[in-house]
Design a protein around this ligand. Structure first.
Ligand SMILES: O=C(O)CCC(=O)C(=O)O
Ligand SMILES: [Fe+2]
Length: 296
């Protein structure tokens, strides 16, 4: 049995700010109990906000159900075609491996060596220190945790970019217009990205606005543009799976289901690069047409 109680927006936002700053959920519950809330109510309020962070869902509204069934992510199969070979336009790509959770496929020969070299050459003069959206303020800041350089292409910016975007749409079954501009990342020795999910957490206004404009992110395609000498693996700590970058290969993973939940097992990291460099191109895909902030 469950009961419905009111959940004031100020309390919800205060919990969201604390979770974003990394305060432990138990500490937030304790503080609420100190402020004369019943422990069941305090736990339910913190759990509701934590669950929205975990599954990439909207923040809870003005009411809260206490005693409702807990949320869990139900995985769905990838939209990618079955079989060992996938024909994408004039290109045939070979499936190396499939993974159920997170739903993923690793592909060989997704890009030709020449396409990898062209992407690097186009991106190199335009690199700048990678930024991320600050979870508290929602502003773009230099990513302390990421320590790579990056740049973005506009959708269809060159014939090569347009051709790759068409290939990605054919693979994923999601329209080109749902894709964000292709991002190129360059890591040097020692650089890494710490564990993160690619879907957007509704804890700050910038992410909420982005989700309202373009929908949630539901899939990521990583294209490896060079072989790495050591480290620099794309690692999924929840499942212990790690992909070693190899030139021309692509890793596609999806993390959105039909209930609008995102998959926490898609948490991933680029492990510290031990030597040499790593080049990777990332395509993030939304549920709807991607509208950048400056074009809203
Ligand atoms: O460099 C990688 O392997 C991962 C990159 C990544 O996580 C991203 O661009 O979102
Ligand atoms: Fe990522």
């Amino acid at each position: 049995m469950s009961i419905t109680v009111s959940f004031p927006a100020e309390v919800r936002d205060w919990i969201a700010q604390n979770l974003t700053r990394g305060v432990a959920p138990q500490a937030i519950v304790r503080e609420l109990v100190d402020r004369k809330n019943a422990v069941e109510l305090a736990s339910a309020m913190v759990n509701a906000v934590a669950s929205s962070f975990l599954y990439g869902t909207p923040l809870p509204g003005e009411t809260l159900e206490i005693g409702a069934a807990p949320v869990a992510y139900e995985p769905e199969p990838l939209r990618v075609p079955d079989g060992p070979l996938i024909r994408l336009g004039e290109r045939k790509t070979r499936v190396i491996s499939r993974m159920q959770r997170p739903a993923a496929v690793l592909l060989d020969d997704f890009l030709s060596a020449n396409e990898c070299e062209q992407l690097i050459a186009l991106a190199r003069p335009r690199l700048s220190r990678s930024t991320v959206v600050d979870p508290v303020t929602g502003r773009n800041v230099v990513a302390g945790h990421r320590s790579s350089d990056g740049m973005f292409f506009r959708l269809g910016e060159t014939p090569l970019i347009a051709r790759l975007e068409a290939r990605i749409a054919e693979l994923t079954g999601l329209p080109v217009e749902n894709g964000e501009g292709l991002q190129l990342l360059h890591y040097e020795a020692g650089a890494e990205s710490t564990p993160h999910v690619d879907y957007l957490i509704a804890g700050n206004p910038a992410n909420r606005e982005s989700i309202a404009r373009s929908g949630q992110r539901v899939g990521t395609l990583l294209m490896y543009l060079n072989d790495v000498e050591g480290g620099g693996e794309t690692m999924f700590p929840q499942t212990g799976w790690s992909v070693v970058p190899r030139r021309g290969q692509a890793l596609y993973f999806e993390y959105g289901n039909r209930f609008g939940l995102a998959d926490p097992s898609s948490l991933h990291t680029s492990t510290p690069l031990r030597a040499g460099e790593k080049w990777v191109a990332t395509k993030w895909i939304r549920t709807r047409r991607f509208v950048p902030r400056d074009q809203a």
